[in-house]
Design a protein. Sequence first.
Length: 307
Amino acid sequence: MKARLVPVLAFLITSIALLPISAQDSKAVVVGSKIDTEGTVLGKMIVIILSANGIPVTDKVGFGTTDLVRKAIAAKELDLYVEYTGNGAFFFQGTDPTVWKNEKNGYETVKQLDLQKNGIVWLTPAPANNTWAIAVRKDLAAKEKLATLEDFSRYVGKGGAVKLAASEEFISSAAALPAFQAAYGFKLSNSQLLSFSGGNTALTEQAASQGSNGVNFAMAYGTDGSLAALGLLVLADTKAVQPIYEPTPIVRKEVLDRYPAIAPLLDKLFKGLDLVTLQGLNARAAVNGESPDAIAASYLKDKGLLK
C-alpha cells in the first residue's frame, strides 16, 4: 500500500503543480492528452519518445475531454496532444460537412485552418479511422437481427429496450448522437441514456457487456480493442454519417519552431499506427489491464523507435 503524503508535503507538491508552465520550465514541451484509453497510450508514447531524444517534456497526459484540451492548447497551457481530424468540423463550424468524410480533404482542411487561425500545426496522422460508433451486445444483436444503425432505428421505433452508455460529449455533440438520430430517424430519451463525464469507451463498453444499470448499447470507437473480447458488435453506419477521425499529433507552431525534431520523430511513430495496431494497443489496456506507460515503452522498443 502506498504511503499517504503528509499534509505539508502534499500542499507543496500541489502548489508546484499549479504554478504557471513558465514558472516550472519555460522550455519544456507540455504534452497532454484526452482521458480515454487511446489518448493516454499515445500521449505516453509521445512523452517517452521526445524525452529519449533530448527534448524536455512536462507530462500532462490524461488532461481532460476534447473541449478542455482544445481550450488548453489555445491558452498555451498545453503545447502538444493527439487530436482527431474529424473534429475539424466542430472546431471550424460552417465548413462543408462532406470535407470531413474524405480522409485527405479533411486532414488538409483542418491543417490549413488551424495553422492560419490558431498557429497550431497538424503533423502526420495515423492511418486509422477512430470514428464514433454505437455497439450492441452480440446476444441481443442475434436475437433482434441488429447489424446496422438502420436496424437499431427500427428496434427503437418498435419500443425495444434501450439503455445507451456514452460520454457527455457523444450525447451532446452535433456530430455524434444527434447526427445519428437525424440521419436514421430515431430519438432516445434521457431515461434511455447513461452519461459518463469522460470519453473512455472502456467504461461504456464494459457497462454494456455486463448489463450494468440495464445498459445494452455503448458508445464505441473504431479502434477499440475490447469490442470482441467483451462480446460487442459495432452497428454499421451505412449512411456514412460520421466524419473520418484519424489520430494526429498537433503542436503549437512556436514550440515546433523551437524543437523542429518533434516532427520527424512523431511522423515515424504515427505512420506505423494503423487500425489493427491501435486496436491491439488499446486491447492491452482495456482487456489485459496493462498500464499506458508499459504499453507505450514496450511498443516503442519493439519498433526500434528508442535509442
